[in-house]
Design a protein around this ligand. Structure first.
Ligand SMILES: Cc1cc2nc3c(=O)[nH]c(=O)nc-3n(C[C@H](O)[C@H](O)[C@H](O)COP(=O)(O)O)c2cc1C
Length: 196
């Protein structure tokens, strides 16, 4: 096995909010979900399910519910925060939820211990597996997940964790910079850097 494959995948991946129209092979999505299945979870309760969506009516419903929540969220923002989102080119519009060839709605059984963290660990596995297949996504976290849960007709106990629009990258936006290692690794206590 190549030595630094996980680090290479983690380093290369970036979020994509714009996708080519070309449809990826379904087997690559299954590959990513098989990888997610191997993720650890709290008490091995495996609370996470993945709704694979390729139906345009379902995508449209997800978009509508998402945008309804986002509109409320953006309308409630103070001016400073609004400007910050605008500078990041983020808005309440979520066209990629309809334009991406596929969506995966990651949902989790909220009655299980550590369901939220467990679901996110599986999302991390998905991100790396997609990168390996040259596919891109963004971990969209709806401002009002209940509206999306309702649109998907989920049982009350199931919580929407994130929606992943998936396709081939067409987003000119570059990967965001990361903090240097020496800033984030501490040695024995919080104040002592591990690397000088
Ligand atoms: C928990 C979490 C929630 C996020 N929610 C959103 C979101 O709702 N909308 C969005 O466009 N990006 C979202 N992102 C993507 C981040 O903005 C993105 O990962 C970050 O800016 C770093 O950029 P990069 O992934 O290109 O390196 C989220 C990422 C994480 C990990």
């Amino acid at each position: 096995m190549q030595n630094d494959i996980v680090k290479t995948l983690a380093t290369h991946r970036k979020s994509s909010r714009l996708f080519r129209t070309e449809t990826p092979p379904i087997k690559d999505i299954i590959y990513a979900l098989e990888t997610a299945r191997q993720a650890p979870s709290g008490s091995n309760m495996q609370p996470t399910s993945f709704i694979f969506i390729d139906n345009s009516n379902v995508k449209a419903k997800v978009r509508l519910a998402s945008e309804k929540g986002e509109k409320r969220f953006y309308d409630g923002l103070v001016e400073d925060r609004k400007r910050w989102y605008m500078e990041k080119e983020l808005s309440w519009h979520k066209p990629n939820l309809e334009e991406a060839p596929f969506l995966i709605a990651v949902v989790a059984d909220s009655s299980k211990p550590n369901f939220f963290a467990s679901a996110w660990v599986s999302v991390a596995f998905i991100l790396l597996a997609l990168e390996e297949k040259n596919l891109s996504t963004v971990t969209y976290t709806p401002s009002n997940p209940s509206l999306v849960a309702e649109a998907l007709g989920l049982p009350k106990i199931q919580q929407v964790i994130t929606i992943l629009p998936i396709g081939y990258d067409a987003d000119p936006k570059l990967k965001e910079p990361r903090k240097p290692l020496k800033e984030i690794i501490k040695y024995n206590d919080f104040d002592t850097p591990f690397i000088e």
